[in-house]
Ligand binder design. Structure first.
Ligand SMILES: CC(=O)SCCNC(=O)CCNC(=O)[C@H](O)C(C)(C)COP(=O)(O)OP(=O)(O)OC[C@H]1O[C@@H](n2cnc3c(N)ncnc32)[C@H](O)[C@@H]1OP(=O)(O)O
Ligand SMILES: CC(C)C(=O)C(=O)O
Length: 574
């Protein structure tokens, strides 16, 4: 069945909400909402392969560790497993964590649900009843008044079994009512039902009733949901005795936007799942909402410092991978392949780290191009940020060499090495790992370093002696191993480098004039090594780089010249 040329015959645009003088567009989110995780209920009920008890327990413990204070753990009347898991949660929850459970407005199921909570320190009974015309007519066959009466009768039953029952005084009870399909309901009718439910429950400002307003199916643009929330917030009476909770689903891919605009519209609480698991296209992603707050400078009061462990438990429990591009947690979201991004990120990190060093290492405003968040804040390593393939530029491979070998390549050498990398990346047709890049660098410049591979250069410096002449000239006598032969070369100059280039000119017949020289120390240990980078102009006018690493700076310089000789020989033999 192909798509309709005129879909309007089958699909109707969602009508705008009549909301005079809407305020939410000019509002800003200034604090985190009350969070409720429904991973173990709405998330779990939607899984092809539901969590085992062991997986639920591990997930529950992770939610507590992340800082959730309200956790919907089950639908206890649905199965013995859900009932028993509710008991586990009741028995293990910290005193400040409220255990929430869901029940439909069916008295027999409500009684079973309340039974599952016996002895809880804190518990929330959550009832739901759809209020849209579609559900009321198609699923229940009830009139508006009958649905309202059912919601009131069930609320009174919950009250009689919980806060009004002397046997239940040991539990701090909360009550949540969801006009299910709120996003497709007549706003005035929802208010009518909730006013009646509120009257039946009897909330106070200290113990507000939770009205959870679900976009059970996301039906319209996020601004419409915000209008619906603001309408509810401005029309419900005794607003101070009400906690407005959001429960957006993601059918149009807008759940995060809907949840943020809904908070701007007055909501106090958000229900969702980690990385957006849940029915169909999922519930709103609580990780994204929390870290969106964080990158606005607002603590979400949830701890995602080890985001990889969150990804791990979500994937293992749901048996559904977190999308590689999922905000903050996706495997590809803190890495850049394209050259201009890598270049900008590398420069951004340098500016940031230099500024931070000047400030004594304290945290400063984060402004690194393309990275809205410092990956380290959520436990992600910098190494993974820049990865190299055929789309990468000089900055990417230079970043990898810097991070893995501590070699801060001068720009000219970055350009030269990037050509070598590009050739390899195109040859292999894939990303080059950090190890492959470091080995490529070693082989290209014939250098060895602690964690690297063994290199067998043709030109080796075995020993050398420097002597000073009158007038400040220096003479070098260097013992080389060239292939399998030993040879001593001798030259003079104003320093070791010029003396050595003089020696290779006289005794090896290789003209090399130093064009650029850079050096820096490696590591912060007192016996730290020196890295030197030399670019020379050869007799034919071409240029070539050499790299040397040694504790002695002079020796490192000579090694960079022998590196250049080896590279020259390699290019001539190719
Ligand atoms: C939007 C949501 O995610 S809501 C939560 C949904 N989650 C689940 O359903 C998971 C757990 N549910 C279950 O295991 C089962 O539904 C049970 C055990 C609770 C009930 O099973 P059954 O009695 O066989 O009913 P069934 O699953 O077919 O549910 C449909 C019945 O519940 C009624 N119903 C549905 N929602 C509600 C509600 N909120 N309040 C009252 N009745 C409701 C329907 O009208 C229908 O009644 P009918 O059979 O008389 O026509
Ligand atoms: C039970 C309610 C809150 C629900 O899950 C939904 O409407 O999506």
């Amino acid at each position: 069945m192909p798509m309709l040329k005129d879909p309007s015959v089958k699909y109707k645009a969602f009508p705008p909400i009549k909301l005079d003088n809407r305020q939410w567009p000019s509002k800003v989110i200034e604090k985190p909402p009350r969070w409720l995780s429904t991973d173990l209920r709405d998330g779990n009920q939607s899984l092809p392969d539901p969590m085992s008890i062991a997986e639920k327990k591990a997930y529950f413990n992770k939610l507590v560790a992340l800082g959730f204070k309200e956790i919907e753990v089950a639908f206890p009347s649905a199965s013995q497993i859900d009932f028993d898991f509710t008991r586990f949660a009741i028995e293990t929850a910290p005193d400040d964590v409220s255990i929430q459970v869901l029940s439909p407005c069916r008295p027999d199921l409500i009684k079973r649900t309340v039974e599952s909570l016996h002895g809880a320190k804190r518990a929330t009974v959550h009832l739901y009843l759809a209020t849209s015309d579609c559900f009321r007519n198609v699923v229940f066959g009830l009139t508006k008044q009958q649905s309202l009466d059912l919601a009131v009768e069930c609320t009174k039953l919950v009250r009689s079994l919980t806060k009004d029952d002397p046997e239940q005084k040991g539990t701090i009870w909360d009550y949540e009512f969801s006009p299910e399909t709120f996003s497709d309901s007549d706003p005035e009718y929802v208010i009518e039902v909730c006013e009646a439910v509120k009257k039946a429950w009897g909330p106070t400002s200290e113990k507000p009733i939770i009205f959870n307003l679900p976009a059970t199916v996301e039906m319209a643009t996020p601004n419409v949901y915000a209008d619906q929330i603001e309408y509810f917030s401005t029309h419900i009476s005794e607003r101070e005795t009400v906690c407005i909770s959001l429960h957006p689903h993601n059918d149009r891919g807008c759940a995060v936007a809907a949840a943020e605009l809904g908070q701007m519209a007055g909501a106090d609480r958000v229900e969702g799942c980690l990385f957006g698991n849940g029915e169909r296209t999922g519930n709103v992603d609580l990780v994204t909402l929390a870290l969106n707050l964080y990158t606005q400078g607002i603590s979400p009061l949830l701890d995602f410092s080890d985001i990889n462990s969150v990804v791990d438990i979500v994937e293992r429990s749901n048996k559904i991978p977190v999308h590689a591009r999922a905000p903050y947690g996706g495997s590809l979201v803190v890495c850049a392949f394209s050259g201009s991004h890598q270049d900008a990120i590398k420069k951004g990190f340098k500016v940031h780290n230099d500024k931070r060093q000047k400030e004594g290492g304290k945290d400063i405003h984060w402004q690194v191009p393309y990275l809205p968040l410092d990956p380290a804040d959520i436990g992600r390593t910098y190494e993974a940020i820049i990865r190299v393939n055929s789309q990468s530029g000089k900055g990417g491979s230079a970043w990898v060499i810097l991070r893995n070998m501590e070699l801060d390549l001068p720009r000219g050498l970055q350009v030269a090495f990037s050509k070598v990398v590009q050739e390899q990346a195109e040859l292999k047709g894939r990303e080059l790992s950090n190890q492959e890049l470091c080995e490529l660098f070693q082989r290209e410049y014939f250098i060895e370093y602690e964690a690297g591979i063994k290199i067998d250069p043709y030109y080796k410096i075995i020993d050398y002696a420097l002597s000073g002449n009158k007038g400040g000239e220096r003479t070098i006598t260097a013992d080389l191993e060239i292939g399998n032969e030993k040879k001593t070369i001798k030259g003079t100059g104003n320093g070791p480098i010029s003396a050595f280039t003089d020696a290779i000119s006289k005794d090896l017949g290789i003209q090399a004039e130093v064009l650029h020289y850079h050096e820096h120390s490696l590591g912060d240990k007192s016996n730290s090594q020196a890295a030197t980078y030399i670019e020379v102009t050869l007799a034919d006018g071409s240029t070539r780089w050499g790299v040397g690493i040694h504790q002695d700076v002079a020796q490192a310089s000579l090694l960079s010249l022998s590196s250049m000789l080896n590279g020259l020989r390699k290019s001539q033999s190719n």
